[in-house]
Write a protein that binds this ligand. Structure first.
Ligand code: PRP
Length: 219
């Protein structure tokens, strides 16, 4: 019997969305419409499985899920932590692995050690604040940037940055290094709390199927 209601997925645009679609294909969830690169459509539907997909800016994904505009979202753990929305985090998808770190020039190590009042630039002010205030009990000034955060210490806007480190090459090429690790990151599946109740069976089955192939692939 086919379900009445469509389950709606919000996927963070870019690499994560492509990886997510690859993962969904492995459990038989396909969306041919989404593969058409020339399409200007924003919402893609799989009529047969009663699924809808849309692509959104990463930080907007938890917003769509909290308000129930999407039942399920896929986004990096960095965004889940930064946005701190009322959503359930149900699954670590295992890809998009990287680390949130405090980085800077080697000379900044001393400033961190002595708990000095330093300037911290980040695209993730909430994560930076939580780390310095609640975990390290260090008072700092946080400066929000929107990208190319590594510039902060280079042009003396900030002493250190809190940013994502994947391969470490951006840091190396700019004479910076990891000074402290804040937390590990990877892609997460998040669910609207009401959807979790209303569509418990469908969502649980989806999570279980992904979990099975995920451990098999060791991604
Ligand atoms: C991210 C992150 C680092 C870089 C880390 O930036 O903010 O700058 O990637 O990757 P690496 O360790 O492999 O060098 P992104 O490319 O998303 O652009 P942004 O600087 O505009 O945030």
């Amino acid at each position: 019997m086919t379900e009445e209601r469509y389950l709606t997925f919000a996927l963070g645009k870019g690499r994560l969305a492509n990886k997510t679609l690859e993962l969904f294909e492995k459990i038989g969830i396909t969306c041919e419409e989404m593969k058409d690169k020339n399409s200007r459509k924003l919402i893609f539907v799989n009529e047969e499985l009663k699924l809808r997909f849309f692509l959104a800016k990463g930080p907007d994904v938890p917003t769509y899920v909290e308000y129930g505009a999407a039942d399920i979202g896929v986004v990096g753990r960095d965004t889940v932590l930064e946005e701190n929305r009322n959503v359930y985090e149900v699954l670590d998808l295992g890809f998009g692995k990287c680390r949130m770190c405090v980085c800077g020039p080697a000379s900044a190590r001393e400033l961190l050690k002595h708990h000095e009042r330093i300037r911290v630039a980040s695209k993730y002010p909430n994560i930076a604040k939580d780390y310095f205030y609640n975990k390290k009990h260090q008072t700092v000034d946080i400066i929000k940037l929107n990208g190319s955060v590594e510039l902060g210490p280079l042009v003396e806007l900030a002493d250190v940055i809190v940013d994502i480190v994947e391969t470490g090459s951006t840091l190396r090429e700019n004479g910076l290094e990891v000074l402290e690790e804040v937390c590990p990151l990877s892609a997460r599946m998040i669910v609207n709390p009401v959807s979790m109740q209303m569509d418990a069976a469908r969502i649980r089955s989806l999570v279980m199927r992904i979990r099975e192939i995920r451990s098999g692939d060791d991604i």
